[in-house]
Ligand binder design. Structure first.
Ligand code: ZN
Length: 459
């Protein structure tokens, strides 16, 4: 027996070693990561400028000329960095994107200082360790490594570290760059956050690549009424009109369907799951509508993958305890499949509400991007490297329910893929939450994964 176990153990050790970058590269990435985490760049309270200044100093020290480094942004505290690593120009550039702002974190909500980089029990702790300063640090560290190794890419590699992804708004770096310096970040496609590896019960089960995302429409449902004294009620009541509309909405489901990306997702997930679920997911991937209905009922995430959803999230109304309401209104938040138009959704809502006293209007600007095509080169390279690093772990194309800056890029014609190679326990996702963390091994493996992926796409 020993004879067989021994070589296998050696092989496992070798594989683990190959997944680790050289020590000097690990150290560089860790130093940059620590520096980024310890700069307070909260979306509402912080500044991203010191983050990009730190990155620029690293790049200059490594020999990048000032002319290839751009720093600028909507306001002085919300600067973005764009750096270009020149290639042979055989293809349009690749853009590597990461955001440098983080969700706020209060010391009293955490069991440690969120803006101190702490390594403990196999994890790196700190706000932004997962979202999104690991990728930001790795993009910079790997670019410096390519330079040091004399790598000559076939195309330019552009790294952009940008402001204000969390919540978007007027200082959003990607929107600002697209509007003011499109030529700096124009690319054939981009790699970004939004996809990561999933661990379930201690086992790596998939390396997700985000190919598309739902887009958001907020509708305002509003009823106006002349009101009157509450001692003389009449059936025509603003609150009742709204309540009836919301009750009908609560019982409504948009049509279920798959698209190219979600069908591929369910096909890949079928291989990960077991038993009846496995067979159900496989049937969903083949377009079986009954199976889709059953699968949608199993998990909110699968339901949201299979259809557009609309849900009431806020209400307001009435103006006095003893008066008939003159106003009742609700916000209805819709997460829309890329192939469903806003007109389709609004029309469906109108039919469900079925009450012309309820006025339905779009509450906020809509940013809608097409799904990125399932690019063979990106998905193949991701699969090949994933399989070499973590044998048997599939690459799973995803459409995500949330939104990233990839939306702006897709809307402006730059297909964007969320891919990281960092693995997280899917039952313990701490992005935006307390004690955010990243596995130490996972960080370095992600560094290797992204190093190999970009190299292979730019060779
Ligand atoms: Zn993020």
């Amino acid at each position: 027996m020993l004879r067989f176990i021994f070589p296998a153990a050696i092989l496992a050790l070798n594989l683990a070693a190959q997944n680790m970058p050289p020590d000097a590269e690990k150290q560089l990435a860790r130093d940059i990561y620590k520096q980024f985490i310890e700069i307070q760049s909260g979306y509402t309270s912080g500044a991203t400028t010191p983050v990009v200044q730190a990155a620029a100093a690293r790049l200059r020290a490594a020999g990048f000329p000032q002319s290839d480094i751009f720093i600028g942004g909507a306001i002085p505290t919300k600067a973005n960095l764009v750096v270009r690593y020149h290639g042979a120009g055989a293809h349009k550039p690749i853009l590597l994107l990461a955001h440098t702002d983080v969700v706020e974190a209060k010391r009293e909500d955490w069991s440690m200082d969120p803006f101190q980089f702490i390594e403990r029990d196999g994890y790196f702790y700190g706000r932004g360790t997962g979202d999104d300063k690991a990728q930001a640090a790795v993009w910079i560290a790997n670019l410096i490594r390519y330079q040091r190794e004399g790598f000559h890419p076939s195309r330019d590699i552009i790294v952009a570290l940008t402001a204000d992804e969390e919540g978007g708004g007027p200082y959003n770096g990607v929107a600002w760059l697209l509007k003011n310096h499109r030529e700096l970040i124009d690319a054939e496609f981009a790699l970004n956050e939004g996809g990561w590896g999933e661990i379930s019960h201690g086992k790596k089960i998939s390396n997700d690549v985000q190919v598309s995302e739902k887009y958001v429409i907020d509708f305002r449902l509003e009823v106006r009424n002349k009101g009157g004294h509450s001692s003389l009620p009449v059936p025509d009541n603003a609150i009742y009109h709204l309540a009836g509309a919301l009750d009908r909405l609560s019982k409504f489901g948009f049509p279920i369907k798959t698209n190219e990306v979600t069908a591929a997702y369910f096909g890949a997930m079928a291989k990960v799951e077991n038993g009846a679920v496995r067979a159900g997911l496989a049937r969903v991937a083949q377009g079986d509508r009954d199976a889709m209905a059953r699968v949608a009922a199993l998990l909110p995430a699968w339901n949201a993958t299979l259809r557009t959803t609309c849900v009431a999230t806020m209400i307001e109304g009435g103006h006095a305890r003893n008066a008939l309401p003159q106003l009742a209104a609700a916000n209805v938040n819709c997460r829309v499949l890329p192939e469903d138009s806003s007109e389709f959704v609004q029309d469906a809502l109108r039919k469900v509400v079925a009450d012309d006293q309820v006025k339905i209007t779009v509450a906020r600007d809509i940013v809608k991007g097409p799904p990125s095509p399932m690019r063979e080169d990106v998905l193949h390279a991701a699969s090949r490297i994933t399989d070499a690093m973590w044998p048997g772990v599939p690459v799973v194309p995803m459409m995500v329910m949330g939104a990233t800056d990839g939306l702006y890029l897709r809307a402006s014609g730059i297909p964007t893929y969320g891919v990281q190679g960092f693995f997280f326990d899917r039952d313990d996702i701490r992005f935006h939450g307390r004690d955010e963390r990243m596995g130490v091994t996972s960080f370095y493996e992600g560094q290797t994964f992204l190093y190999e992926l970009v190299k292979s796409l730019a060779q």
